[in-house]
Design a protein around this ligand. Structure first.
Ligand SMILES: NC(=O)c1ccc[n+]([C@@H]2O[C@H](COP(=O)([O-])OP(=O)(O)OC[C@H]3O[C@@H](n4cnc5c(N)ncnc54)[C@H](O)[C@@H]3O)[C@@H](O)[C@H]2O)c1
Length: 382
């Protein structure tokens, strides 16, 4: 197989733990360049992996004819501008979410995408999570309406703290966008009417209605405990139901010949134990890791081991961190496959299945409409 040069613009925490990790372990990707404004980041990345060159000026990357594909991993306030410049330079662009923060940015990105020879993907990785792909496959031919219930709930004290980039940013856009994209992808449609309650920044209940009568109920908040897994979804059609607990535990009802499944964590960390003991191992080990790592958590949040009321056939204390590259014990939300798929398509010159500019625009517009409905105190039709 041929190989391909990729470059990164913005290589902070997330990019380092995910897409750079994928690139450095992938035999057909070369990390040709990393651009970041922070020189310490550049020194650190160059020490940890093989990199063609580093630079504080991303324009050097855009002018480099040996780079067909760039990854944009800056924060969202620069996404649209960097996407436009990268597409204008003819690059294939994988940009982290959200694509845009408002209508003006959205318009600029869509115009650049339309005139570029490059392709655009937005990092809505849940489309590539194995458990979610299986769910979509199971429901593919079922008559509508479908009802989706989605909970994304995790404390975010560090995001709300003064000085954090996110402290004045609506959660429904910067993180809820993942799930808004997932719902629209699953239903294959845009919502016709949306409604949101709660507050502007942190905790929301949303209802999205679709033309065929399908509905999505989405709880997007920062309450609860880190010790409870963050995401849970249930999807219903007549006589059929699927639930997925944190991308790991898939339960299937009403599909003859289809059974419950378990999916291994990111980077196969303790995959064998998860496959053997199921969600119990995932849940208990995950909480154990959190407690051990966060003994001095500055938020005063109580963290404790998870215990089941009856004995289990394993003791999580017998297990320790296996893969030094896996920064934490997290589920497979599709990060690796979403990115690899896009790069592979660039290499082979075929059309990617990632969220494109249109999907990015739909997600931003849906989040903005939800915020508008909150302000108005009533549903917003589209
Ligand atoms: N897909 C997911 O599950 C997921 C999860 C977390 C974060 N993210 C996204 O990843 C992105 C980065 O988040 P993070 O927490 O890693 O942020 P971060 O602040 O750790 O990293 C951003 C980096 O971009 C650099 N940067 C800023 N402007 C630049 C410029 N003009 N040129 C070059 N470098 C520049 C900064 O110096 C910094 O190193 C965000 O868009 C976030 O929404 C995605």
């Amino acid at each position: 197989m041929q190989s391909i040069n990729v470059a990164f613009i913005g290589a902070g925490n997330f990019i380092n733990a995910y897409h750079l990790m994928t690139a450095r372990h992938c035999p057909w990707m070369n990390i040709r360049a990393i651009a970041d404004l922070n020189e310490d980041v550049l020194v650190n990345r160059a020490a940890a992996m093989t990199v063609g060159y580093t630079t504080t000026d991303y324009r050097r990357v855009l002018a480099d004819p040996d780079i067909p594909l760039v990854v944009i991993g800056t924060k969202q306030d620069t996404h649209a501008r960097l996407i436009v410049e990268s597409l204008n330079a003819g690059k294939w662009v994988y940009c982290e979410k959200p694509m845009a923060q408002n209508k003006e940015e959205t318009r600029a990105v869509l115009a650049a995408e339309a005139r570029s020879t490059g392709r655009l993907a937005i990092g809505f990785n849940r489309r590539f999570a194995p458990a979610y792909r299986k769910t979509k496959e199971l429901f593919a031919n079922l008559p509508r309406p479908w009802f989706l219930n989605y909970r994304l709930m995790t404390p975010g004290p560090e995001k709300r703290a003064p000085g954090s980039f996110y402290h004045d940013q609506p959660h429904i856009l910067y993180e809820g966008c993942h799930i808004l994209d997932y719902g629209c992808w699953l239903f294959g449609a845009a919502p016709t009417r949306v409604f949101m309650t709660g507050d502007r920044l942190n905790n929301n209940c949303c209802i999205l209605e679709f033309a065929d009568g399908s509905q999505m109920q989405f709880m997007c908040g920062q309450l609860g405990s880190y010790c409870l897994p963050k995401e849970y979804m249930e999807l219903f059609a007549e006589y059929h139901a699927v639930t997925v607990n944190d991308f790991v535990d898939l339960r299937v009802r009403g599909f003859p010949g289809e059974y419950d499944q378990v999916y291994g964590p990111y980077m196969a960390e303790h995959e064998a134990e998860v496959m053997k003991y199921g969600f119990d191992f995932y849940d208990l080990y995950r909480a154990r890791e959190l407690v051990n790592k966060s003994r001095n958590n500055p938020w005063g949040m109580p963290l404790e081991y998870v215990r089941r009321p009856t004995p289990l056939p394993f003791d999580v204390n017998d297990y320790s961190h296996q893969n030094p590259d896996a920064w934490a014990f997290v589920p497979d939300k599709g990060w690796e496959e979403a990115f690899k798929h896009f790069v592979r398509c660039c290499l082979e010159g075929i059309s990617p299945e990632n969220a494109d500019g249109r999907a990015g625009a739909l997600t931003t517009q849906t989040a903005l409409d939800l915020l508008k409905s909150l302000e108005l105190g009533r549903p917003v039709s589209r």
